[in-house]
Design a binder for this molecule. Structure first.
Ligand SMILES: Nc1nc2c(ncn2[C@@H]2O[C@H](COP(=O)(O)OP(=O)(O)OP(=O)(O)O)[C@@H](O)[C@H]2O)c(=O)[nH]1
Ligand SMILES: [Mg+2]
Length: 294
């Protein structure tokens, strides 16, 4: 049996989490149109008769503005050192820029098998994409290159085939029925955060965190009380919206997805709390689960 760990790395918003969900055919990592959606290292496990591939989704590597960003980058950097192979995901519809160079300079991905995944080829112009690809071919002459459309699943199966050739013989590291390392509470908080990110615009999404106040598994419907944490008083009003319309929309969309996930009815209550500059506060990062731990 083939087995191993495979990192999914890249700039924010290139489609890493979309790719992870496609590879394992389950939604374990949230996807939105905002960059810096993923804030943790999230494992997704591919199981078959012949293999167990443990994919590790990571936060998009970026120039950090706060301590949160430093923690997020560390989660990505550290993953690169602990895997059997690396996938570097690139948005093929964007030109090669400082963000790409930043990753190449900061990641030590030269010492193990590397797959460069050219994603979003559905959006790319052929001539421009060729320029971008050539730049990557020059930087990584020994890598394997593949074009995909993660959103549609195009060529995603090919990645599995490539990995079957690369990965060593080994044991199953996790039970066969396991699909992720994260628990239900993590997933519930992420579903709520996903809805906030999808509904809100501009800077507010980056300033929010979800805190689970209380969950009663025994109750029917299951009772969930969570807080949407913002950084400023002014953001509180934005999240709540006129006559509470926006928070209602967030709540009803989140409840619907949580019910699908838990396959049970849920009562969801959301409140908004201000925690000034939490993204630069060590204690808050710890409390919200964003501290990088070795
Ligand atoms: N057109 C197109 N859009 C895609 C494709 N793959 C992903 N997307 C979209 O790109 C956006 C970002 O996708 P994510 O999977 O959240 O990206 P990510 O790299 O995980 O982003 P971070 O977690 O912020 O680092 C979403 O709106 C996806 O629907 C693709 O192949 N084609
Ligand atoms: Mg992501």
């Amino acid at each position: 049996m083939k087995s191993g760990f495979v990192a999914i790395l890249g700039r924010p918003n290139v489609g890493k989490s979309t790719l992870l969900n496609r590879l394992i055919n389950r939604n374990v990592s949230i996807v939105t149109d905002k960059s810096q959606t993923t804030r943790n290292r999230i494992i997704g496990i591919y199981n078959s008769e012949e293999a167990q591939i443990v994919f590790v989704d990571t936060p998009g590597i970026h120039k950090p503005q706060q301590k949160l960003g430093i923690e997020m980058n560390n989660m990505a950097y550290s993953t690169a050192h602990t895997v059997d192979a690396t996938m570097l995901v690139v948005d093929t519809s964007k030109p090669f820029g400082p963000g790409d160079k930043y990753i190449i300079d900061h990641l030590s991905i030269h010492d193990r098998p590397l797959i460069i995944v050219f994603n979003k080829i559905d959006l790319a112009r052929l001539d421009k994409a060729e320029l971008l690809k050539n730049t990557y071919r020059d930087y990584f002459p020994g890598a394997i290159f593949i074009d995909v459309v993660a959103k549609e699943g195009f060529n995603v199966g090919e990645i599995i085939k490539i990995l079957m050739n690369i990965l060593p013989e080994g044991p199953a590291y996790y039970p066969k029925e396991m699909v992720t390392d994260k628990d239900e509470i993590f997933r519930i908080k992420e579903i709520i955060r996903e809805k906030v990110l999808l509904i809100l615009r501009q800077e507010v999404p980056h300033s929010i965190a979800i805190y689970m106040e209380h969950i009663e598994w025994e109750k029917k419907p299951i009772e969930i009380m969570a807080s949407i944490i913002v950084e400023k008083e002014s953001q509180k009003g934005i999240v709540i919206g006129a006559s509470g319309r926006r928070i209602k929309e967030i709540g009803s969309k989140a409840r619907s997805d949580i019910e699908k996930f838990l396959k049970q009815h849920v009562y969801l209550e959301l409140q908004v709390k201000v925690n000034p500059d939490w993204r630069d506060d060590e204690k808050s990062l710890q409390q919200y689960g964003y501290k990088y731990e070795k």
